[in-house]
Design a protein around this ligand. Structure first.
Ligand code: CA
Length: 690
């Protein structure tokens, strides 16, 4: 019955509330039972005012229902809940609709993303969720389509290709809808794309405006909302033939909206390629990389910007979540944006003007000593300019950031921001022989030289330095209130609630609840799979639920592999888990991971071939199959590949692309069969050293 009520409700929305849905989103905080948009409200605080589940009773929280996905890759979605219906996504941009009370699957939609797209996704084939507006659900697919679905049936209403399919754009972020326009950007900052984002008519899918975040070829206009400001402000901050390398600045995740000021905020990504000696050889700030931009949502008109990392060369994106709030700063109530981006500083800006109010490190930072509040610029450690020094730069944080896309949360009750923080360093080493490849990533960094050492003791020491914690941060004092230390990095997003609770999943397969004021762990559920996504909360008939999408993946396990992780390997399992105080569901028994070791064939390669294979592997393969041929358990561990014994079988896959539809494209455009066969020699070498 509830299902039909929910469907009628959706139908009525279309008929009766057509003009009111914008009002509902503006006032989303007052709909305590719902989670209407990605960050619950336009200010993206991810705080639920529900308090039925509280620090007093959370120990009684039990599983109410669960749903198994048909895809086991990384799961990063935040579900939307509206009037008893839940909409979420899974890997490969698949969309599901549930009865939010019972967990009954009402419909699902598979946009049938071509497997080959995976090679253009730096960080797994993930999706971070949908948006809803009136009677439609919007998903952006990995291959760059913005798709509107009928909220009742899941049938496609329209689909707009938002990217040039000949370039390596992907979309993993969740759309937002503002005043009848669907906002979405894209990713590809590791693949030589030029960043932009756009607004699309929610009814028709037609592009309303587009804003490029970095300049194209000088003298050529795009006919976009960004034309004037790029020419005036951004263009002069680039040098060389930057447009040939794309430039980056992709808007791959974070957006926020202030309806009162009518300002849309977006965060922009890193420079592409990372190494500025390639991208902009004579230097320059390279606007608008690593910046927060404020624009008019109706037109894309530029209002202000703040650049965090001028001339970024460390993949220090400003695409991390932005939270809007009112804070007392030096005794004065200010409308602020808060952001804890990859680079390790916690920024507070006046969101009306873009003025920097404060920036203090929330994690160990060595690339800059401070941020000058007068100029807004960081005081950068000269040793960090690896392209100038010619020396490796052992950076903290590294490109995975002190905090990445994993959602944080702000509680007005405690005044604290809860951040999934981590300590993950990285050695940046310039690739002085850099040549862009046609397939896969192009960073201008020598990833082979930066790969993990074989020496067991050194590796052990590196692993010991990899840390993660839930950080409660007081933004007014700019200091830590408490932390809960996790076993490792790569932990999940955060929800805070009026029940004095903070919920977070971790990389040890636990879904946890903490006392929001003290950090005491009050409850934990064995989720059987590691968690990276963020929880939500909602209510139906007065009963509060908490939902989390679980599933291990994303860049951390893919790239660092088992060698870089301090966590137990588990079979990947993509699921939705929903909890309530009177829950009665149980998960099936956890499957044990079958430790598989296939004896490698005899080594055929010379030491020189193995060294060449190691270099090619870390240039083009390690981002998915793991540093040093040690898989993180998501994609095949090549040390166990049945293809290692056969030169021809190896060539058919690695060179010719026999498994392209599975996501393993051929690299024949960049390497000869002989070159790629050296990777086979290297994989055999690694397999024989287990
Ligand atoms: Ca990046």
């Amino acid at each position: 019955m509830r299902k039909f009520l929910a469907l009628i409700c959706v139908a009525l929305l279309a008929a009766c509330q057509d003009t009111d849905f914008g009002e509902r989103l503006v006032n989303a905080d007052s709909e305590t039972q719902n989670w209407l948009t990605h960050g619950r409200t336009y200010d993206e605080q991810r705080f639920s005012p529900l308090n039925g589940i509280s620090d007093a009773n959370v120990g009684e929280l039990k599983l109410a229902w669960f749903h198994d996905f048909d895809t086991q890759r990384g799961q990063e979605a935040t579900p939307i809940v509206i009037d008893g219906m839940m909409y979420t996504t899974s890997a490969w941009s698949k969309v599901q609709a549930f009865d939010a009370a019972s967990g009954e699957l009402l419909w699902q939609h598979d946009p049938e993303v071509p497997g080959e797209t995976a090679v253009n996704a730096c960080c797994d084939v993930v999706n971070r969720g949908v948006a809803v507006w009136n009677d439609k659900v919007y998903v952006a697919s990995l291959d760059g389509r913005l798709i509107a679905l009928n909220a009742q049936t899941g049938e496609e209403v329209w689909s707009t290709l938002t990217v040039d399919p000949d370039k390596a754009y992907t979309i993993t972020g969740a759309p937002r809808v503002i005043k009848g326009k669907v906002l979405i950007g894209n990713g590809g900052g590791e693949y030589g794309v030029r960043g932009y984002f756009g607004a699309y008519d929610a009814e028709t899918g037609e592009e309303v405006w587009r804003f490029y975040t970095v300049p194209g070829e000088p003298g050529k206009k795009d006919g976009a909302a960004s034309d004037e400001i790029l020419e005036k402000l951004a263009g002069p901050t680039w040098t060389g033939e930057h447009w040939k390398h794309g430039g980056g600045g992709t808007v791959w995740d974070s957006m926020a909206y202030d309806p009162e000021l009518d300002l849309l905020y977006v965060g922009t990504g890193n420079g592409s390629p990372w190494n500025p000696a390639v991208r902009s050889p004579e230097g320059g700030d390279n606007l608008f990389l690593s910046s927060i931009l404020a624009l008019r949502p109706d037109t894309g008109e530029y209002v202000w910007h703040y650049q965090q990392v001028p001339g970024d060369q460390w993949d220090y994106t400003a695409t991390q979540q932005m939270i809007l709030a009112e804070l007392p700063i030096e005794g004065e109530e200010r409308k602020v944006i808060m952001q804890a981006p990859k680079n390790g500083f916690f920024y507070i800006l006046d969101r009306e003007t873009g003025e920097l109010l404060s920036a203090e490190p929330f994690a160990p930072v060595n690339w800059a000593t401070k941020v000058d509040l007068d100029t807004g610029r960081p005081e950068i450690n000269p040793d960090a300019f690896y392209h100038k020094t010619g020396k490796p730069w052992l950076a903290m944080p590294g490109p995975l950031g002190a905090h990445s896309w994993h959602s944080m949360s702000y509680s007005q009750q405690t005044g604290l921001v809860y951040i999934p923080a981590q300590e993950l360093g990285f050695p940046y080493i310039a690739d002085t022989n850099f040549e862009p490849k046609k397939v896969g990533i192009n960073l201008g960094i020598d990833l082979d030289a930066a790969s993990l050492p074989e020496d067991a003791e050194v590796l052990k020491a590196i692993k010991a330095g990899v840390k993660g914690h839930l950080l409660a941060w007081d933004p007014v004092q700019q200091k830590e209130a408490w932390r809960f230390q996790h076993a490792t990095a790569g932990n999940g997003g955060v929800l805070s609630t009026a029940g004095n609770l903070v919920f977070q999943g971790d990389a040890e397969a636990n879904f946890n609840a903490f006392n929001a004021r003290t950090g005491e762990k009050l409850w934990s559920f064995p989720a059987q799979t590691n968690i990276i996504a963020a929880p939500i909360s909602y209510a139906i008939d007065g009963k509060q639920y908490v939902t989390i999408v679980v599933g291990w993946g994303g860049i951390y396990p893919l790239l660092t592999g088992e060698a870089g992780l301090n966590t137990k390997m588990r079979p990947p399992k993509g699921r939705v888990l929903t909890f309530a105080l009177d829950g009665e569901a149980t998960l099936p028994p956890e499957q044990e991971l079958q430790a598989m070791i296939v004896e490698p064939p005899a080594q055929f390669g010379t030491a020189a071939m193995i060294a060449q294979g190691k270099s090619i592997y870390h240039r083009s393969c390690s981002g998915c199959h793991g540093d040093s041929v040690v898989s993180g358990g998501i994609l095949p561990d090549l040390r166990n590949s049945g293809m290692l014994a056969s030169k021809d079988a190896w060539k058919s896959i690695v060179h010719d692309g026999a498994l392209a539809t599975n996501g393993m494209v051929g690299f024949g455009d960049d390497y000869s069969p002989e070159e790629l066969d050296t990777v086979r020699a290297y994989a055999i070498d690694r397999a024989s050293k287990r």
